[in-house]
Design a binder for this molecule. Sequence first.
Ligand SMILES: NC(=O)c1ccc[n+]([C@@H]2O[C@H](COP(=O)([O-])OP(=O)(O)OC[C@H]3O[C@@H](n4cnc5c(N)ncnc54)[C@H](OP(=O)(O)O)[C@@H]3O)[C@@H](O)[C@H]2O)c1
Length: 246
Amino acid sequence: MRLENKVAIVTGATSGMGRATAVLFAREGAKVVVVGRNEARAKEVVDQIKAEGNEAIYVLGDASDLAFCDEIVNKTVAAYGTVDVLVNNAGMLSMSSLQNVSIEEWDKVFRVNVDSALKLCQLVAPIMKAKGKGVIVNVASVASYAAHHGFAAYISSKHAMAGLSKSMAWELGPEIRVNAIAPGAIHTAMVDSIGGPAVLQGMIDNCPVKRIGQPEDIATVALFLATDDSSFIDGQIIKVDGGFEC
Ligand SMILES: NC(=O)c1ccc[n+]([C@@H]2O[C@H](COP(=O)([O-])OP(=O)(O)OC[C@H]3O[C@@H](n4cnc5c(N)ncnc54)[C@H](OP(=O)(O)O)[C@@H]3O)[C@@H](O)[C@H]2O)c1
């Protein structure tokens, strides 16, 4: 029970790696706040956690609305009294090229992928500082390191997430540790939206481990980063990508 008596907010927990992280954190004793937009899936995650004898609530809203971040933290404190761990995992993909991306799309991608993480961090930091301890885990990407054609807004937002994570570590320490995970190709709805089996096979071929990642591959690293097992790791962007070459 590595997160016993801890309260964890996981954004984007209605699907993919956020869902796997929420379920694993609850199994490790955390009271989990499941954040997302889709009520049916949010309820499903909370029902699963409760069916396993663990504790969770859900908070629904759109991360591009920054007032929603206040609601997340207010509802967390109302339900569980504090926040110990924040996982900024919610993210959206954009497959527009540099030439074609509209400013509206660019803004939305940054709102969801970066601004909401900044805002949540600003809201939970005083709570964590006051108790002298807290952990923030951000979800960046292998797209935080590399670029290729298309995906201009997404790649830029994930580069920003890497810089934001390092800045957070410097400004919030020593009480709060902040690290980011940079997933490679993980089999979730987001990856399925890029293409079919040929795209997946291309991703597998680009990994020395010769398999696609699973959401649980990220959840276990998020757990490690959320606990004192990683107490000397701070301000790092940790690739969890099976050796993926972008
Ligand atoms: N899959 C990969 O290979 C991969 C690789 C590198 C990085 N990542 C990053 O990993 C994170 C999780 O992605 P995933 O692959 O697990 O994708 P996913 O299965 O599509 O899950 C995305 C999650 O983000 C939430 N979300 C999206 N837009 C939102 C918004 N506007 N407001 C609130 N919540 C929103 C979704 O909630 P609802 O469905 O309830 O709206 C969902 O819970 C993202 O930050 C993504 O960029 C993924």
